[in-house]
Design a protein around this ligand. Structure first.
Ligand code: SAM
Length: 280
């Protein structure tokens, strides 16, 4: 009989945010695969758990998956945890879970904290439909292209963002998506927890200073532009994309080609729209 792979959610800041079941499973399994063993040991020490740990992160995922699958196949129970929140959500875990499932190894999820859900429910933005888009690309051109793809989605948009990029992300979102309600949820469950609500442009200004833009951040954006701004997001799509790629160093031709590809348009159609937008 193979063992069971437990996917265990751990706190995103406040050590009290862990379930009784998670603590029992972490105590009872044969091995805990952690993103960073030192980090997880702090949690385990806090709860007096002495289970053996091994590292499982982006750089050793492939080899470690093979070893962990062997352990599971030989009947040992394994738990996977990440540094914070739910494994496999913008964190390692997906490969192991996917391969374990494919080999018929039982996989059991122990639900618990994940920053995107905590941020969503505290945001006050609609929760009936939402889309988690992970981290936005670091470069402005790629980021604008990604935002352009998400523009028509009728769902609250949720992103993880690094503090040094939040102001730029808010500015690009304002430009591509139009003025919308948004929320910056910062340091959730920690001492400096903050839920900042406002328009994209207001938040871009607030988080423009280094002092505000610290800590761990979830960015949430409403599904549609605000009533008075409905058409702002409709114009300048190609023009802003092309400008973004040009800022990154591409010449005009290459920038247009890349923007066309991102939007799934032919180059002729992209050119036609660019001329139309610039005529506005
Ligand atoms: N697996 C985690 C989860 O379930 O939320 C996410 C890990 S991802 C590598 C780290 C990102 O999650 C941070 O950069 C931040 O965007 C978000 N995050 C994690 N903890 C947070 C917190 N306490 N407050 C706000 N955002 C947080």
């Amino acid at each position: 009989m193979p063992g069971t792979l437990y996917v265990v959610a751990t706190p995103i800041g406040n050590l009290e945010d862990i379930t009784h079941r998670a603590l029992r499973v972490l105590r009872e399994v044969d091995l805990i695969a952690c993103e960073d063993t030192r980090h997880t040991r702090k949690l385990l020490n806090h709860y007096g758990i002495k289970t053996k740990v091994t590292s499982y992160h982006d750089h050793n995922e492939r080899e470690r998956t093979v070893e962990l699958l062997q352990a599971l196949a030989s009947g040992r129970n394994v738990a996977i945890v990440s540094d914070a929140g739910t494994p496999s959500i913008s964190d390692p875990g997906f490969r192991l879970v996917s391969d374990a499932g494919a080999q018929g190894i039982p996989v059991v999820a122990l639900p618990g904290p994940t920053a995107l859900i905590a941020a969503l429910v505290a945001s006050g933005l609609p929760t009936d439909e939402f889309f988690f888009a992970g981290f936005l690309p670091a470069r402005s051109g790629e980021r604008r292209a990604r935002l352009t793809k998400l523009r028509e989605l009728p769902a609250t948009l949720i992103f993880y963002e690094a503090p040094h990029r939040i102001a730029a992300a808010l500015r690009d979102a304002r430009e591509i998506l139009g003025e919308r309600k948004a929320v910056v949820a910062r340091e959730l469950t920690k001492i400096h927890e903050e839920i900042a609500r406002g328009r994209l442009s207001e938040l871009a200004e607030q988080f423009g200073s280094d002092e505000r833009a610290r800590g761990e951040i979830v960015l949430l954006i409403d599904r549609t532009p605000m009533e008075s701004e409905k058409d702002v997001g409709e114009v300048r799509t190609i023009a802003t994309l092309v400008a973004g790629f040009e800022e990154e160093g591409l010449d005009h031709r290459a920038a247009l080609k890349k923007a066309a590809r991102e939007l799934g348009l032919s180059r002729d159609e992209a050119y036609r729209r660019l001329v139309a937008e610039r005529g506005n």
